[in-house]
Write a protein that binds this ligand. Structure first.
Ligand code: GDP
Length: 473
């Protein structure tokens, strides 16, 4: 690899090492210092592309407070299946289409923007927490506010709870939309009371979480919901500097016939312009066109604007960071580096699994964190509660178990991604993981621990936790 990059013959490099008394075998890896030495011996100038340099080069210096301007909030709608997430997204969009603009034809690009009282709000058009966590798993946080949809004719359901936990783990404030209030069987008060058990305290229950009763199908109180979002956004004081080169996150991307790689990106800071050289994940390209959620061609896009970008050489992945860079050469350098890094990681993953209790323990030890995060799924709610009670008893002044998420039922992909993003151990009691969850765990290098005896489970966690205690104890 090194020979290749220097355009030298591999045999000459092997010879050089032999002269130094080192015999290289195929598959041997040399460290960066050695590589640098070799490169300069061969008369090459070395420029180190370290992670730090990449971050510095791509994600530039922080903004000065005076350069910051208010930006629209970015909202994700979450909640249980069939509680009306999609209906709500559609209703909000349809009620707020700017008529006449590009024929008023909306196209689904993965996110859209509406205007309320002169203020804009950006909605991520993929309901549910799957996209939300997929992004977080890549280290990108696109969402400022989570709207939690709960059907008033139903109740708080498993995915409602998951959504709450995902939002909380991400530190994203929740607004509750109590939906389907047009139904005769609607009981919004029951929803509010049930939410208490999951530590979501709405205003009328003495808390600070905003809640709005809506009907997505009848279009009731959508205005109020948008107002609540704007109010919450005001509290968050969301700002960005539009006068710099752009950075943001990829919402979705695919290869399209006749258009090439099409990526929907959310600009988070700066202004994206036609002609910009951008890097997105492992891909790069020159921005050929910028298209908004109504099919309109734009010349530029500022903070919190979702747009389709044409011109990338390949499709990046949802959740990848993107940024405008200074030159084509720089873009190549960064993407080549990242592709190499991805290969190295793939190799490293085979070598050792992340996410086992032991490894997590040693990770936590070095980070000095004295909480032991866990995601627990069990066959019935009763056993889950018993396990949590037993684990909570293990807590001391120095270390305690933190239940990121728990519930009854099989281990799902969502559980695994929550474990991944929150660095938690994944535990199943008398339940198994479904195939998708198993595949996700495999891909993320997360070990799922299965138990059928509570004592064994608690004992293992206790052992792992005691490893977290300071040596003098
Ligand atoms: P999602 O799975 O959360 O995206 O839910 P959908 O938006 O697909 O809605 C599930 C079902 O509930 C559909 O049949 C909708 O028509 C219905 N629905 C959604 N919102 C309302 C509402 O406000 N009132 C009534 N009566 N039905 C609704």
């Amino acid at each position: 690899d090194l020979a290749n990059r220097m355009s030298e013959r591999a045999v000459d490099i092997v010879k050089f090492f032999m002269k130094q008394g080192q015999i290289l075998k195929p598959g041997d890896v040399i460290d960066a210092d050695t590589a640098e030495l070799v490169a300069s011996e061969f008369g090459h100038t070395v420029r180190r592309v370290a992670e730090a340099d990449i971050e510095e080069g791509v994600f530039k210096e922080p903004d000065k407070p005076e350069d910051l301007e208010p930006r629209p909030p970015v909202v994700t709608i979450m909640g249980h299946v069939d509680h009306g997430k999609t209906s709500l997204l559609d209703a909000i969009r349809n009620a707020n289409v700017v008529s006449g603009e590009a024929g008023g034809i909306t196209q689904h690009i993965g996110a859209y923007q509406v205007e309320k009282n002169g203020s804009k709000i950006t909605f991520i058009d993929t309901p549910g927490h799957a996209a939300f966590t997929a992004m977080r798993a890549r280290g990108a946080q696109a969402t400022d506010i989570a709207v939690l949809v709960v059907a008033a004719d139903d109740s708080v359901m498993p995915q409602t709870i998951e959504s709450i936990n995902h939002a909380k783990a991400a530190g994203v404030p929740i607004i509750v939309a109590i939906n389907k209030i047009d139904k005769p069987s609607a009981d919004p008060q029951k929803v509010r009371t049930q939410l208490l058990q999951h530590e979501v305290f709405v205003e009328s229950m003495g808390g600070e979480v905003l809640d709005v009763e809506v009907s997505a199908t009848k279009g009731t109180n959508l205005d109020k919901l948008l107002e609540a979002i704007l109010l919450q956004a005001e509290l968050l004081d969301l700002k960005a500097n539009p006068d710099r080169t752009s950075e943001g996150v990829v919402i979705e991307a695919q290869l399209e016939k006749g258009r090439g790689a099409v990526a929907t990106v959310l600009v988070q800071t700066g202004t994206l312009m036609i002609g910009d050289i951008v890097v997105a994940g492992n891909e790069w390209g020159r921005v050929r066109a910028i298209v908004d959620d109504r099919g309109g061609q734009l010349k530029e896009a500022g903070p919190s604007t979702p747009v389709e970008v044409l011109g990338l050489q390949g499709a990046p992945r949802a959740g990848d960071r993107f940024a405008t860079v200074a030159s084509e050469a720089r873009a190549r350098e960064i993407t080549e580096y990242r592709q190499r890094l991805a290969r190295d990681k793939a190799v490293a993953k085979h070598a050792g699994q992340r996410g086992s209790l032991e490894q997590m323990m040693s990770q936590l030890q070095t980070s000095g964190l004295k909480e032991f995060p866990l995601v627990i799924k069990g066959d019935v709610q009763g056993s889950v509660e018993a396990i949590i009670a037993a684990l909570e008893k293990l807590g001391t002044d120095e270390v305690r178990a933190r239940i990121v998420h728990s519930g009854a039922g099989a281990i799902t992909e969502s559980d695994v991604s929550l474990a991944e993003t929150s660095g938690a151990a994944m535990i199943g009691f008398n339940v198994r993981a479904n195939p998708q969850a198993r595949a996700a765990a495999e891909a993320a290098g997360i070990e799922i621990r299965y138990y059928n005896i509570i004592y064994n489970l608690v004992d293992d966690v206790k052992a792992a936790m005691s490893g977290l205690l300071s040596p003098e104890r």
